[in-house]
Design a protein around this ligand. Structure first.
Ligand code: NAP
Length: 488
């Protein structure tokens, strides 16, 4: 049975064939949301669409390259599908193009029938507590980008040879990724595509324990069972949780009865906390009902400890089960703090942005003219997909359903967007504009050259790939003729 959304897209495909006119669509962002949007558009319009996918990085695939943990190689297989899409003659990749710096959104909108914003979430929620800006306090996103070779975090000031204890705030899957990478035996990472600078640091790491601080209890943990099981069942990691923090209330019991996943997560943690692991050399402490209250730093502003407030849960009619402070505090000595409390999208000049939710306001993927009461209509030809549309939640596959919805909205708007008076030049116009500004565009062939270089380096060093992790290194490997590269 087709879902209602798929059925409606299928019927649009049938009705569309009678009014064919080639559409030029630009997608800003080449992560899963961008590629799934392209996939849906190709399915819907066949030969009658041309798609240009822009990315500010020289590399495609967004979060699959810079977010998915290096030891989750299977998850990255989705790039095979994205590669087939990128190699389709109807699709062009424009890497190393920064919308807002190299070209404005207004300029792009003039070249295309429709523009889909799918540039994800490149910032972070803040804790807003004293000491948050101390040295050694980082957003989990920055740490993830660092170990995944994102060029913007190549030089993240991390020195794991001076760190024994780490606090990770939050208990979503990103927090588990960070804890696992820090605690996993480094020999198990060497053959992955982890950034070489991160691998070197991990080889000299003194990290022996991670305090995973969750403001609510085990039943409210945001992570998923598969990822949790992977972490707590690692033989090298001893898992600890205080029995008092594993006590369950009647409300918890009701939640576990209603949702199998919650019960499973609770069982995984409580079983792991009593499991004997004679070979364990590292410790993972679950700290439930502990809300970060202050980061304590030394005279050099280097983090020394995290202070957490004990919490209790109360039922809020609007917000559900919320943690409220009890006025009692605890401190854990730590030399590194990773804030894994959620990503946040960044606004793009000229596009309405809901700063509280961190999303572009939209109706089924159509960008609205404002936020809340200020939204009286939609912006013609402007769409949104992925984390920028719905917030930073969901797995890679969630973006497929999300893209289906956005493309269904585009299909319903076909009559309007196909008549866009100024649209015509599409990719040729874009190319011309970028050339006139001397933007070093990394097209798909250049990315293939960079990709081959990385894989080749990996073969020589016994790993999946050796990522280029600095901007100049990336551009050089992509064959870009940069003035300072030529001079070398
Ligand atoms: P997440 O799942 O939303 O988890 C955020 C965590 O931060 C929650 O534990 C939340 O606690 C806590 N938090 C939020 N605000 C806080 C505050 N002010 N103070 C203290 N704690 C706070 O986010 P994520 O881990 O960044 O993951 C993002 C998405 O990517 C998720 O959908 C995740 O499943 C997905 N992902 C999947 C994988 C995978 O499948 N392997 C890997 C990585 C990421 P409360 O619940 O109390 O708000």
């Amino acid at each position: 049975m087709l879902s209602p959304l798929r059925a409606s897209v299928a019927s649009l495909v049938r009705s569309y064939s009678s009014c064919a006119k080639q559409l030029a669509v630009c997608i800003v962002g080449s992560g899963p949301a961008g590629f799934y949007t392209a996939h849906q558009l190709l399915k819907l319009y066949g030969e009658d669409v041309k798609i240009d996918i822009l990315d500010r990085l020289p590399t495609p695939f967004g979060l699959v390259r810079t977010g998915v943990a290096p030891d989750h190689e299977d998850t990255k297989n989705v790039t095979n599908q994205f590669t087939r899409i990128a190699q389709d003659p109807r699709v062009n990749f424009f890497g190393n193009v920064n919308v807002g710096r190299d070209i404005t959104l207004d300029e792009i909108r003039k070249l295309y029938n429709a523009v889909v914003l799918a540039y994800g979430a490149e910032s972070d929620r803040k804790l807003n507590i004293p000491g948050e800006n101390s040295h050694g306090v980082h957003a989990a996103r920055e740490f993830v980008w660092w170990y995944n070779g994102h060029p913007d975090q190549r030089d993240l000031p991390v020195d794991l040879s001076r760190v024994e204890s780490v606090a990770v705030c939050g208990i979503g899957n990103v927090a588990l990724d960070c804890a696992r990478i820090l605690l996993r035996p480094v020999s198990e990472l060497a053959s992955t595509d982890i950034a070489r600078h991160a691998l070197k640091q991990l080889q000299h790491s003194k990290v022996r324990q991670v305090q995973l601080c969750a403001r609510r209890g085990p039943v409210q943990a945001a992570c998923t069972a598969k990822e949790l099981k992977e972490l707590v069942s690692m033989p090298s990691i001893a898992v600890h949780a205080q029995p008092s923090q594993l006590a369950v209330s009647e409300a918890d019991q009701a939640q576990m009865k209603a949702t199998r996943l919650k019960r499973r997560i609770y069982e995984l943690i409580s079983n792991a906390a009593v499991a004997e692991k004679p070979g364990a050399s590292r410790d993972l402490f679950f700290q439930f009902y502990r809300n970060p209250a202050e980061i304590i730093a030394d005279a050099d502003n280097q983090v020394q400890a995290i202070r957490v407030e004990k919490t209790q849960l109360v039922a809020d009619p609007v917000r559900g089960t919320v943690a409220v402070g009890t006025g009692e505090y605890e401190e854990y000595p730590v030399q590194l703090v990773l804030k894994s409390i959620g990503y946040k999208s960044l606004p793009l000049p000229g596009v309405p942005f809901d700063d509280r939710q961190g999303v572009v306001p939209n109706a089924a993927g159509r960008v609205l003219t404002g936020v809340g009461a200020a939204a009286d209509s939609t912006v013609p030809g402007l769409y949104v997909c992925g984390w920028l549309k719905r917030g930073p939640t969901g797995i890679i596959g969630t973006n497929l359903t999300d893209a289906e919805e956005t493309v269904a909205s585009m299909a319903q708007d076909y009559a309007m967007i196909s008549q866009a008076p100024t649209a015509a030049a599409g990719g040729a116009g874009l190319q011309q504009l970028l050339q006139s500004r001397s933007v070093a565009v990394v097209d798909y062939a250049a990315w293939e050259q960079l990709n081959a270089h990385e894989v080749n380096q990996g073969q020589q060093q016994g790993s999946v790939r050796v990522k280029c992790a600095a901007w100049d290194e990336l551009l050089r490997a992509a064959g870009m003729a940069l003035p300072h590269v030529q001079a070398m």
